[in-house]
Design a protein around this ligand. Structure first.
Ligand code: AMP
Length: 421
Protein backbone atom coordinates (compact mmCIF):
# COMPACT_ATOMS: atom_id res chain seq x y z
CA UNK A 1 0.00 0.00 0.00
CA UNK A 2 1.37 3.39 -0.95
CA UNK A 3 2.02 5.76 1.94
CA UNK A 4 0.26 9.11 2.11
CA UNK A 5 2.43 12.02 0.97
CA UNK A 6 2.42 15.51 2.40
CA UNK A 7 0.10 17.96 0.62
CA UNK A 8 1.46 19.64 -2.52
CA UNK A 9 3.34 22.85 -1.83
CA UNK A 10 4.13 22.01 1.81
CA UNK A 11 7.48 21.15 3.41
CA UNK A 12 8.68 18.97 6.22
CA UNK A 13 11.22 21.10 8.01
CA UNK A 14 13.73 18.43 8.93
CA UNK A 15 16.04 19.16 11.89
CA UNK A 16 18.74 20.95 9.88
CA UNK A 17 16.32 23.26 8.03
CA UNK A 18 14.32 23.78 11.21
CA UNK A 19 17.48 24.78 13.04
CA UNK A 20 18.46 27.20 10.26
CA UNK A 21 15.01 28.74 10.43
CA UNK A 22 15.11 29.05 14.18
CA UNK A 23 18.53 30.68 13.92
CA UNK A 24 17.21 33.19 11.34
CA UNK A 25 14.20 33.93 13.50
CA UNK A 26 16.31 34.33 16.65
CA UNK A 27 18.54 36.85 14.90
CA UNK A 28 15.48 38.62 13.49
CA UNK A 29 14.03 38.93 16.99
CA UNK A 30 17.29 40.12 18.42
CA UNK A 31 17.83 42.78 15.73
CA UNK A 32 14.22 43.99 15.83
CA UNK A 33 14.25 44.21 19.62
CA UNK A 34 17.33 46.45 19.37
CA UNK A 35 15.04 48.85 17.50
CA UNK A 36 12.34 48.56 20.17
CA UNK A 37 10.05 46.02 18.44
CA UNK A 38 8.18 43.57 20.69
CA UNK A 39 7.08 40.13 19.57
CA UNK A 40 3.45 39.02 19.39
CA UNK A 41 1.52 36.10 17.94
CA UNK A 42 -1.93 36.06 16.40
CA UNK A 43 -4.12 33.04 15.54
CA UNK A 44 -3.39 30.98 12.44
CA UNK A 45 -6.99 31.40 11.26
CA UNK A 46 -9.16 34.52 11.23
CA UNK A 47 -12.61 35.54 10.01
CA UNK A 48 -12.55 35.43 6.21
CA UNK A 49 -14.02 38.94 6.21
CA UNK A 50 -10.82 40.33 7.76
CA UNK A 51 -8.76 39.42 4.70
CA UNK A 52 -11.47 40.19 2.16
CA UNK A 53 -11.68 43.72 3.53
CA UNK A 54 -8.03 44.21 4.43
CA UNK A 55 -6.22 42.58 1.56
CA UNK A 56 -8.84 43.56 -1.01
CA UNK A 57 -11.26 41.51 -3.06
CA UNK A 58 -9.48 42.22 -6.36
CA UNK A 59 -6.15 40.73 -5.29
CA UNK A 60 -4.86 37.30 -6.32
CA UNK A 61 -4.53 36.45 -2.66
CA UNK A 62 -8.23 36.89 -1.97
CA UNK A 63 -9.71 35.81 -5.30
CA UNK A 64 -7.64 32.68 -5.86
CA UNK A 65 -5.28 31.82 -3.05
CA UNK A 66 -7.11 31.66 0.26
CA UNK A 67 -7.67 28.48 2.23
CA UNK A 68 -11.21 29.19 3.38
CA UNK A 69 -13.45 26.80 5.27
CA UNK A 70 -16.58 26.75 7.35
CA UNK A 71 -16.26 25.65 10.95
CA UNK A 72 -18.89 23.59 12.73
CA UNK A 73 -20.61 26.77 13.89
CA UNK A 74 -21.10 27.88 10.28
CA UNK A 75 -18.49 30.69 10.44
CA UNK A 76 -16.36 31.35 7.41
CA UNK A 77 -12.71 31.19 8.49
CA UNK A 78 -9.49 31.53 6.53
CA UNK A 79 -5.98 30.26 7.21
CA UNK A 80 -4.06 33.53 7.29
CA UNK A 81 -2.39 34.39 3.98
CA UNK A 82 -0.41 37.25 5.51
CA UNK A 83 0.36 38.81 8.86
CA UNK A 84 -0.26 42.55 8.69
CA UNK A 85 -4.05 42.53 8.77
CA UNK A 86 -4.18 40.25 11.85
CA UNK A 87 -1.61 42.44 13.66
CA UNK A 88 -3.71 45.55 13.00
CA UNK A 89 -6.80 43.72 14.28
CA UNK A 90 -4.92 42.57 17.40
CA UNK A 91 -3.72 46.13 17.98
CA UNK A 92 -7.29 47.46 18.08
CA UNK A 93 -8.63 44.58 20.15
CA UNK A 94 -6.04 44.93 22.91
CA UNK A 95 -4.41 47.37 25.26
CA UNK A 96 -1.65 47.91 22.68
CA UNK A 97 -3.60 50.84 21.28
CA UNK A 98 -3.38 52.67 24.62
CA UNK A 99 0.38 52.32 24.90
CA UNK A 100 2.60 55.11 23.57
CA UNK A 101 2.57 55.20 19.76
CA UNK A 102 3.93 54.05 17.47
CA UNK A 103 3.41 50.47 18.59
CA UNK A 104 6.50 48.63 17.37
CA UNK A 105 5.62 44.96 16.90
CA UNK A 106 7.12 41.86 15.32
CA UNK A 107 5.48 38.55 14.43
CA UNK A 108 6.28 35.27 12.80
CA UNK A 109 4.46 32.11 11.83
CA UNK A 110 3.05 29.99 9.02
CA UNK A 111 1.07 31.63 6.21
CA UNK A 112 -1.08 29.84 3.66
CA UNK A 113 -1.67 30.65 -0.02
CA UNK A 114 -3.02 28.37 -2.69
CA UNK A 115 -0.30 29.36 -5.15
CA UNK A 116 1.43 27.34 -7.87
CA UNK A 117 4.28 25.69 -5.98
CA UNK A 118 7.86 26.16 -7.19
CA UNK A 119 11.33 26.95 -5.90
CA UNK A 120 10.88 29.29 -2.93
CA UNK A 121 7.10 29.33 -3.40
CA UNK A 122 4.95 27.12 -1.24
CA UNK A 123 1.38 26.77 -0.09
CA UNK A 124 2.47 26.88 3.52
CA UNK A 125 5.41 29.14 4.24
CA UNK A 126 6.76 31.06 7.21
CA UNK A 127 7.02 34.80 7.52
CA UNK A 128 8.85 37.01 9.94
CA UNK A 129 7.76 40.63 9.88
CA UNK A 130 7.59 43.87 11.80
CA UNK A 131 4.91 46.56 11.91
CA UNK A 132 5.03 50.10 13.31
CA UNK A 133 1.50 51.36 13.98
CA UNK A 134 0.14 54.78 14.84
CA UNK A 135 2.52 57.23 13.18
CA UNK A 136 3.04 58.39 9.63
CA UNK A 137 6.58 59.78 9.91
CA UNK A 138 8.56 58.79 6.83
CA UNK A 139 11.54 58.16 9.15
CA UNK A 140 9.59 55.20 10.48
CA UNK A 141 9.48 53.71 6.96
CA UNK A 142 13.27 53.93 6.87
CA UNK A 143 13.51 52.40 10.35
CA UNK A 144 11.47 49.37 9.28
CA UNK A 145 13.71 48.96 6.24
CA UNK A 146 16.76 49.27 8.51
CA UNK A 147 15.51 46.41 10.70
CA UNK A 148 15.15 44.24 7.57
CA UNK A 149 18.55 45.25 6.23
CA UNK A 150 20.45 44.78 9.49
CA UNK A 151 18.84 41.38 9.90
CA UNK A 152 20.19 40.30 6.52
CA UNK A 153 23.62 41.67 7.42
CA UNK A 154 23.60 39.78 10.73
CA UNK A 155 22.75 36.59 8.84
CA UNK A 156 25.64 37.21 6.45
CA UNK A 157 23.25 37.20 3.49
CA UNK A 158 24.80 39.18 0.62
CA UNK A 159 23.78 39.61 -3.03
CA UNK A 160 20.73 41.66 -2.08
CA UNK A 161 19.39 44.97 -3.34
CA UNK A 162 16.79 47.24 -1.82
CA UNK A 163 14.17 48.36 -4.36
CA UNK A 164 12.27 51.48 -3.36
CA UNK A 165 9.25 53.26 -4.78
CA UNK A 166 6.38 55.51 -3.77
CA UNK A 167 2.98 54.54 -5.11
CA UNK A 168 1.23 57.71 -4.01
CA UNK A 169 -1.87 58.10 -1.89
CA UNK A 170 -5.60 58.71 -2.27
CA UNK A 171 -4.89 62.22 -3.56
CA UNK A 172 -2.47 61.44 -6.37
CA UNK A 173 -2.99 57.79 -7.19
CA UNK A 174 -6.24 58.27 -9.16
CA UNK A 175 -4.41 60.49 -11.67
CA UNK A 176 -1.68 57.90 -12.10
CA UNK A 177 -4.23 55.13 -12.48
CA UNK A 178 -5.96 57.06 -15.25
CA UNK A 179 -2.71 57.72 -17.09
CA UNK A 180 -1.84 54.05 -16.88
CA UNK A 181 -5.22 53.06 -18.29
CA UNK A 182 -4.87 55.55 -21.16
CA UNK A 183 -1.43 54.11 -21.94
CA UNK A 184 -2.69 50.53 -22.20
CA UNK A 185 -6.12 51.14 -23.73
CA UNK A 186 -5.06 51.07 -27.41
CA UNK A 187 -3.34 47.71 -26.80
CA UNK A 188 -6.02 45.91 -24.80
CA UNK A 189 -6.78 43.40 -27.57
CA UNK A 190 -3.18 42.08 -27.47
CA UNK A 191 -3.03 41.55 -23.73
CA UNK A 192 -3.62 38.30 -21.88
CA UNK A 193 -6.99 37.98 -20.17
CA UNK A 194 -5.35 38.15 -16.71
CA UNK A 195 -3.82 41.54 -17.47
CA UNK A 196 -7.02 42.90 -19.06
CA UNK A 197 -8.76 41.89 -15.88
CA UNK A 198 -6.10 43.64 -13.80
CA UNK A 199 -6.59 46.84 -15.79
CA UNK A 200 -10.31 46.64 -15.25
CA UNK A 201 -10.23 45.93 -11.55
CA UNK A 202 -6.99 47.35 -10.20
CA UNK A 203 -4.79 48.94 -12.88
CA UNK A 204 -1.69 49.28 -10.68
CA UNK A 205 -1.39 45.51 -10.60
CA UNK A 206 -0.44 45.58 -14.29
CA UNK A 207 3.02 46.60 -13.10
CA UNK A 208 3.36 43.11 -11.60
CA UNK A 209 2.69 41.43 -14.95
CA UNK A 210 5.26 38.98 -16.30
CA UNK A 211 3.79 39.01 -19.83
CA UNK A 212 6.42 40.02 -22.44
CA UNK A 213 3.98 42.28 -24.36
CA UNK A 214 3.02 44.06 -21.15
CA UNK A 215 6.69 44.35 -20.21
CA UNK A 216 7.36 46.01 -23.58
CA UNK A 217 4.54 48.50 -23.03
CA UNK A 218 5.64 49.14 -19.46
CA UNK A 219 8.98 50.47 -20.68
CA UNK A 220 7.21 53.59 -21.92
CA UNK A 221 4.35 53.62 -19.40
CA UNK A 222 3.82 56.52 -16.99
CA UNK A 223 5.74 56.26 -13.71
CA UNK A 224 4.16 56.48 -10.27
CA UNK A 225 6.77 59.00 -9.21
CA UNK A 226 5.80 61.48 -11.97
CA UNK A 227 2.34 61.82 -10.43
CA UNK A 228 3.11 62.19 -6.72
CA UNK A 229 1.34 65.02 -4.90
CA UNK A 230 3.31 67.41 -2.73
CA UNK A 231 2.77 65.43 0.47
CA UNK A 232 3.89 62.18 -1.12
CA UNK A 233 6.93 63.80 -2.73
CA UNK A 234 8.06 65.27 0.57
CA UNK A 235 7.53 61.98 2.38
CA UNK A 236 9.45 60.08 -0.30
CA UNK A 237 12.38 62.49 -0.05
CA UNK A 238 12.46 62.07 3.74
CA UNK A 239 12.47 58.27 3.48
CA UNK A 240 15.48 58.48 1.15
CA UNK A 241 17.28 60.95 3.41
CA UNK A 242 16.74 58.76 6.44
CA UNK A 243 18.01 55.71 4.52
CA UNK A 244 21.15 57.66 3.73
CA UNK A 245 21.60 58.38 7.44
CA UNK A 246 21.33 54.64 8.08
CA UNK A 247 23.89 54.23 5.27
CA UNK A 248 21.62 51.73 3.53
CA UNK A 249 21.95 51.69 -0.28
CA UNK A 250 18.77 51.54 -2.37
CA UNK A 251 17.63 51.54 -5.98
CA UNK A 252 14.66 53.61 -7.05
CA UNK A 253 12.30 51.33 -8.94
CA UNK A 254 9.26 53.11 -10.41
CA UNK A 255 7.77 49.79 -11.55
CA UNK A 256 7.51 48.40 -8.06
CA UNK A 257 4.00 48.09 -6.66
CA UNK A 258 2.87 45.82 -3.90
CA UNK A 259 0.38 43.07 -4.66
CA UNK A 260 -1.83 44.01 -1.75
CA UNK A 261 -4.30 46.86 -2.01
CA UNK A 262 -3.72 48.52 1.32
CA UNK A 263 -0.31 49.95 0.52
CA UNK A 264 0.24 53.63 -0.13
CA UNK A 265 3.30 55.85 -0.46
CA UNK A 266 6.43 53.85 0.38
CA UNK A 267 6.68 50.42 -1.23
CA UNK A 268 9.87 48.36 -1.06
CA UNK A 269 11.26 44.94 -1.71
CA UNK A 270 14.59 43.29 -1.05
CA UNK A 271 15.70 41.26 -4.03
CA UNK A 272 18.36 38.61 -4.22
CA UNK A 273 20.51 37.92 -7.26
CA UNK A 274 19.78 34.17 -7.11
CA UNK A 275 16.01 34.58 -7.01
CA UNK A 276 14.32 35.13 -10.33
CA UNK A 277 10.92 35.78 -11.80
CA UNK A 278 7.94 35.94 -9.55
CA UNK A 279 10.00 34.70 -6.59
CA UNK A 280 12.77 37.26 -6.59
CA UNK A 281 11.71 39.05 -3.44
CA UNK A 282 13.16 38.04 -0.11
CA UNK A 283 11.13 40.71 1.64
CA UNK A 284 8.25 42.95 0.77
CA UNK A 285 6.88 45.87 2.67
CA UNK A 286 5.54 49.35 2.70
CA UNK A 287 3.21 51.87 4.24
CA UNK A 288 -0.47 51.05 4.64
CA UNK A 289 -2.11 54.11 6.16
CA UNK A 290 -5.56 53.20 4.81
CA UNK A 291 -5.74 49.65 6.15
CA UNK A 292 -7.12 50.28 9.61
CA UNK A 293 -10.22 52.10 8.30
CA UNK A 294 -10.81 49.40 5.68
CA UNK A 295 -11.09 46.96 8.58
CA UNK A 296 -13.70 49.13 10.27
CA UNK A 297 -11.40 50.69 12.89
CA UNK A 298 -10.41 54.34 13.33
CA UNK A 299 -7.74 55.65 10.98
CA UNK A 300 -4.26 54.53 12.01
CA UNK A 301 -1.17 54.78 9.84
CA UNK A 302 1.25 51.89 9.69
CA UNK A 303 4.34 50.59 7.97
CA UNK A 304 5.99 47.17 7.97
CA UNK A 305 7.72 44.38 6.13
CA UNK A 306 7.39 40.62 5.84
CA UNK A 307 10.09 38.16 4.82
CA UNK A 308 9.77 34.53 3.85
CA UNK A 309 11.99 32.47 6.14
CA UNK A 310 12.19 29.63 3.62
CA UNK A 311 13.75 31.99 1.08
CA UNK A 312 16.00 33.64 3.66
CA UNK A 313 17.37 30.32 4.97
CA UNK A 314 17.74 28.93 1.44
CA UNK A 315 20.18 31.77 0.65
CA UNK A 316 21.86 32.63 3.97
CA UNK A 317 25.05 30.82 5.00
CA UNK A 318 24.27 27.76 7.15
CA UNK A 319 24.36 28.61 10.87
CA UNK A 320 26.73 26.81 13.26
CA UNK A 321 25.37 23.29 13.83
CA UNK A 322 22.84 22.81 16.60
CA UNK A 323 24.43 21.47 19.79
CA UNK A 324 23.83 17.71 19.92
CA UNK A 325 23.71 15.52 23.01
CA UNK A 326 27.06 15.39 24.76
CA UNK A 327 26.79 12.17 26.75
CA UNK A 328 25.60 8.69 25.83
CA UNK A 329 24.77 6.20 28.58
CA UNK A 330 24.91 2.58 27.46
CA UNK A 331 24.67 -0.97 28.63
CA UNK A 332 24.56 -4.29 26.83
CA UNK A 333 23.17 -6.02 29.94
CA UNK A 334 19.44 -6.67 29.82
CA UNK A 335 19.24 -6.06 33.59
CA UNK A 336 21.26 -2.82 33.26
CA UNK A 337 18.40 -0.75 31.76
CA UNK A 338 17.36 0.69 35.13
CA UNK A 339 20.94 1.70 35.97
CA UNK A 340 21.36 3.45 32.59
CA UNK A 341 18.11 5.36 32.98
CA UNK A 342 19.05 6.47 36.52
CA UNK A 343 22.53 7.57 35.40
CA UNK A 344 21.12 9.48 32.42
CA UNK A 345 18.57 11.26 34.63
CA UNK A 346 21.24 12.26 37.16
CA UNK A 347 23.35 13.79 34.38
CA UNK A 348 20.36 15.58 32.83
CA UNK A 349 19.52 16.92 36.28
CA UNK A 350 23.02 18.46 36.28
CA UNK A 351 22.24 20.19 32.97
CA UNK A 352 23.91 17.82 30.50
CA UNK A 353 22.23 16.52 27.30
CA UNK A 354 22.18 12.73 27.45
CA UNK A 355 21.04 9.93 25.15
CA UNK A 356 20.15 6.78 27.13
CA UNK A 357 20.65 3.58 25.15
CA UNK A 358 19.21 0.82 27.32
CA UNK A 359 18.03 -1.37 24.42
CA UNK A 360 19.14 -4.83 23.36
CA UNK A 361 21.95 -4.14 20.83
CA UNK A 362 25.58 -5.07 21.39
CA UNK A 363 27.93 -2.67 23.19
CA UNK A 364 29.96 -2.34 19.98
CA UNK A 365 26.93 -1.23 17.94
CA UNK A 366 25.97 1.23 20.66
CA UNK A 367 29.48 2.67 20.82
CA UNK A 368 29.35 3.20 17.07
CA UNK A 369 26.04 5.04 17.34
CA UNK A 370 27.48 7.25 20.08
CA UNK A 371 30.50 8.12 17.93
CA UNK A 372 28.34 8.92 14.91
CA UNK A 373 25.99 10.94 17.12
CA UNK A 374 28.90 13.18 18.15
CA UNK A 375 29.16 12.05 21.79
CA UNK A 376 31.91 13.59 23.94
CA UNK A 377 31.52 11.16 26.82
CA UNK A 378 30.15 7.64 27.06
CA UNK A 379 28.96 6.13 30.34
CA UNK A 380 29.17 2.33 30.23
CA UNK A 381 27.43 -0.04 32.58
CA UNK A 382 28.97 -3.47 31.90
CA UNK A 383 28.35 -6.72 33.79
CA UNK A 384 31.07 -5.95 36.37
CA UNK A 385 29.93 -2.33 36.89
CA UNK A 386 26.38 -3.52 37.35
CA UNK A 387 27.37 -5.99 40.07
CA UNK A 388 29.34 -3.37 41.99
CA UNK A 389 27.06 -0.35 41.44
CA UNK A 390 29.72 1.40 39.35
CA UNK A 391 29.88 3.17 36.02
CA UNK A 392 32.82 3.66 33.64
CA UNK A 393 32.97 7.06 31.96
CA UNK A 394 35.09 7.35 28.80
CA UNK A 395 36.12 10.46 26.93
CA UNK A 396 35.79 9.59 23.26
CA UNK A 397 38.32 12.13 22.01
CA UNK A 398 41.36 10.45 23.58
CA UNK A 399 40.00 7.32 25.26
CA UNK A 400 40.77 8.54 28.81
CA UNK A 401 38.41 6.89 31.25
CA UNK A 402 37.51 6.75 34.92
CA UNK A 403 35.29 4.49 37.02
CA UNK A 404 33.26 5.53 40.04
CA UNK A 405 30.06 4.82 41.94
CA UNK A 406 26.95 5.17 39.77
CA UNK A 407 25.60 7.65 42.35
CA UNK A 408 28.57 9.97 41.72
CA UNK A 409 28.42 9.84 37.92
CA UNK A 410 27.97 13.62 37.73
CA UNK A 411 31.29 14.24 39.52
CA UNK A 412 33.14 11.62 37.43
CA UNK A 413 31.76 13.05 34.17
CA UNK A 414 32.55 16.64 35.21
CA UNK A 415 36.12 15.73 36.13
CA UNK A 416 36.68 14.18 32.69
CA UNK A 417 35.03 17.10 30.87
CA UNK A 418 37.08 19.67 32.81
CA UNK A 419 40.41 17.92 32.32
CA UNK A 420 39.82 18.01 28.55
CA UNK A 421 39.29 21.81 28.47
P1 AMP B 1 4.10 39.25 0.45
O1 AMP B 1 3.33 39.04 1.72
O2 AMP B 1 3.47 38.65 -0.75
O3 AMP B 1 4.56 40.65 0.29
O4 AMP B 1 5.43 38.39 0.62
C1 AMP B 1 6.47 38.77 1.49
C2 AMP B 1 7.54 37.71 1.46
O5 AMP B 1 6.99 36.45 1.89
C3 AMP B 1 8.08 37.39 0.07
O6 AMP B 1 9.08 38.27 -0.28
C4 AMP B 1 8.58 35.98 0.25
O7 AMP B 1 9.85 35.94 0.87
C5 AMP B 1 7.56 35.39 1.19
N1 AMP B 1 6.53 34.66 0.43
C6 AMP B 1 5.38 35.14 -0.11
N2 AMP B 1 4.66 34.17 -0.71
C7 AMP B 1 5.37 33.03 -0.55
C8 AMP B 1 5.17 31.67 -0.93
N3 AMP B 1 4.09 31.28 -1.59
N4 AMP B 1 6.13 30.76 -0.59
C9 AMP B 1 7.24 31.14 0.10
N5 AMP B 1 7.47 32.40 0.48
C10 AMP B 1 6.57 33.35 0.18
Amino acid sequence: MAGISRPRGTNDLLPERRWAMEHALRIGLSVSSQYGYRHLETPIFESTELFVRGVGDTTDVVTREMYTFQDRGGRSLTLRPEGTTPVVRAFWESELRQAPLPARLSYWGPMFRYDRPGRGRYRQFTQFGVEALGESDPELDAEVIAVAWRWLEALGLGGTSLQLNSIGDAICRPRFREALLRHFEPHLAHLPELDRDRLRRNPLRILDSKDPEVARLLATAPRTTDFLCEGCLEAFARVQEALSSYEIPFQLNPLLVRGLDYYQRTAFEVWHEDLHGAQNALFGGGRYDGLSELLGYPACPGVGFAAGLERVTMLAPAPPAAPGPLVWALTAQPEGAGAVIRIAEKLRGAGLAVVADAGGRSLKAKMRSAERGGAGLVCIVGAEELRQGLVTVRRLGDGTQASGPADSVVETARALLQSSE
